[in-house]
Design a binder for this molecule. Structure first.
Ligand code: FMN
Length: 368
């Protein structure tokens, strides 16, 4: 977004941002209408998009009182690392649409809030540049993987990402086809001038001769991603491979059998298959299917600390946040990214204190 400026005089300072949903309205004023439709939108009639938000609050928390919570600890262990809290930045494409510094601003915000940043294959900056900056900042980051039709191109990119310090690979397995994104079709939505995908070489993008109204394939993505791709990544790289976009117990077992080190329960923020279940509604089944073999992460509609404790009580190890990071990035840059996470982290601590859970291990299904 080339016209980015810090918020105008009279706008609330970042400290005036007290709950995540406030910034959605501010972001809608700062992002151009077509891009805003792309960010906020979901597939089809947006049933899953709405359900993602609503389903967390259908759960009820049953607090323990008379518990000493004077030393609260939100830290978790994930893939051998100690993390200050269980909030991870989800991969979202093209951060240069929202801020001139693109993914570097996101990374700086994530570093300030002690959160791992997941970098999209469709990032606006080369992975090597992002990795170098992450190293300077001393902040961990993960690389999201969209398998390209020519797999050698994907491996070439991932070799660079791993060399640049990526701590895990997040293989998105839920996008063989585009979702029916009416808003983007109406607009029609395309990359504005100056927005590029430097990690996807132009010659690997397959132009689609089909008329626009009959198109179902994304020109960037392979439509034959299977467990074999998980195995291939597991065999080629030493870092953990997470499968992102799982909604079923049987697929959970298939992904683990294929070599996944972690599962991300996700419906792509309601952007792919409309009427797919809300992640809050399938999380417990997936945790049960994994039988503790690998950590289960979840995203989709997480907007409150109470949503995070609900996810952890249901058995998730961590959560990912998508759109609110874009709201923060487009309104306050790196400070906005950090503030979005800080809001959630603070609400998480309050919810844990009020639930009588002094640490993350104390969050269990009995509290629901
Ligand atoms: C604008 C936008 C772009 C996204 N781009 C990607 C992407 O490049 N790769 C990916 O795996 N998921 C992508 N996602 C999905 C997110 O990683 C995540 O699953 C989802 O946003 C979580 O839901 P939430 O936005 O309600 O927090 C995108 C989501 C949005 C909103």
């Amino acid at each position: 977004m080339s016209s980015w400026t810090s918020r105008a005089t009279g706008d609330p300072s970042v400290d005036g941002w007290v709950a995540l949903h406030q910034a959605e309205a501010w972001a809608s004023e700062r992002i151009d209408p077509q891009t805003w439709d792309y960010v906020r939108g979901g597939a089809g009639d947006e049933v899953t998009l709405r359900d993602n938000i609503n389903s967390w609050s259908r759960h009820r928390l049953r607090p323990h009182v008379m518990t000493d919570v004077s030393s609260l600890d939100t830290s978790i262990n994930l893939f051998g690392a100690r993390l200050a809290h269980p909030i991870v930045i989800a991969p979202t494409a093209s951060h240069a649409r929202y801020h001139p510094e693109g993914e570097i601003a996101t990374l700086r915000g994530g570093a300030a809030a002690e959160a791992i940043t997941t970098v999209s294959t469709l990032a606006s900056l080369p992975v090597d540049e992002i990795g170098a900056r992450a190293r300077e900042l001393g902040t961990p980051w993960w690389m999201q993987v969209y398998i390209q039709r020519e797999r050698s191109q994907t491996y070439e990119l991932l070799d660079r990402a791993v060399e640049a310090g990526a701590g895990a690979l997040v293989l998105t397995v839920d996008t063989p086809s585009l979702g029916a994104r009416d808003r983007d079709k109406r607009n029609p939505f395309g990359a504005p001038t100056g927005i590029e995908f430097p990690n996807v070489p132009a010659h690997t993008v397959h132009p689609d001769p089909t008329p626009a109204h009959r198109r179902i394939w994304n020109p960037h993505l392979a439509n034959n991603v299977t467990g074999d791709d998980i195995t291939a990544l597991r065999d080629r790289y030493v870092i953990p491979v997470l499968a992102k976009g799982i909604l079923r117990a049987d697929d959970t077992r298939r992904a683990i059998d294929a070599g996944a080190s972690g599962i991300i329960v996700s419906n792509h923020g309601g952007r792919n298959l409309d009427t797919a279940p809300a992640t809050a509604d399938v999380l417990a089944d997936i945790v049960a299917a994994a039988q503790g073999h690998v950590p289960i992460l979840v995203d989709g509609g997480i907007r409150r600390g109470t949503d995070i404790v609900t996810a952890l009580c249901l058995g998730a190890s961590a959560v990912l946040i998508g759109r609110p990071i874009i709201w923060g990035l487009s309104t306050y840059g790196a400070a906005g990214v950090a503030h979005a996470i800080d809001i959630l982290r603070t609400e998480l601590e309050m919810a844990m204190a009020l639930l009588g859970a002094a640490d993350v291990a104390a969050l269990n299904p009995d509290l629901l």
